[in-house]
Design a protein around this ligand. Structure first.
Ligand code: 5GP
Ligand code: ZN
Length: 139
């Protein structure tokens, strides 16, 4: 999707209204329109990156600091016990809007919300092999 038609670019630019919680030079943080929990926020990176893989170091640093700042405020405001910071890349991972964003999902003890837990296990030597495969593709 091009930037001209990107819904998150329009929200970032203020062309489409949103329930904004926070804004700085790197991001705008808004409430998700279809929340997984009340207070579920999405941090929209201001630059149009389709996913995480093209992010620049300044933006990466800026948005992580912003996520921490907003997360602290969410804990106070919502009296939540924890927060999931999630980020989906590609349809296989559940990404539906192809403009880089991070989910901040408030969690309460025993809320029952399922984001998928630990599953499966590795056979003997398999973890070392997969780790080596990934390491060998790093530049
Ligand atoms: P993804 O699945 O791509 O990681 O997440 C996209 C998120 O954006 C979804 O949780 C969806 O509810 C949210 N979303 C999509 N369109 C809009 C919109 O127009 N406004 C707001 N506030 N959230 C949106
Ligand atoms: Zn965009």
């Amino acid at each position: 999707m091009g930037q001209e038609t990107c819904i998150f670019c329009k929200i970032v630019n203020g062309e489409i209204p949103s329930a904004t919680i926070y804004e700085d030079e790197f991001c705008r943080v808004i409430l998700d329109i279809a929340p997984m929990a009340k207070g579920h926020a999405i941090l929209l990176v201001k630059k149009h990156y389709p996913d995480l893989f093209a992010i620049d170091p300044d933006t990466a640093s800026g948005v992580l600091c912003a996520a921490a700042k907003v997360g602290e405020a969410m804990k106070k405001a919502l009296s939540c016990d924890g927060i999931n910071l999630l980020q989906n890349n590609g349809p296989a991972a559940g990404q539906t809007v192809f403009h880089l964003h991070f989910h901040l999902i408030p969690r309460w003890n025993g809320d029952g919300l399922s984001l998928g837990g630990p599953q499966g296990s590795y056979a003997e030597g398999e973890a070392a092999k997969i780790a080596e495969q990934i390491r060998s593709c790093m530049e």
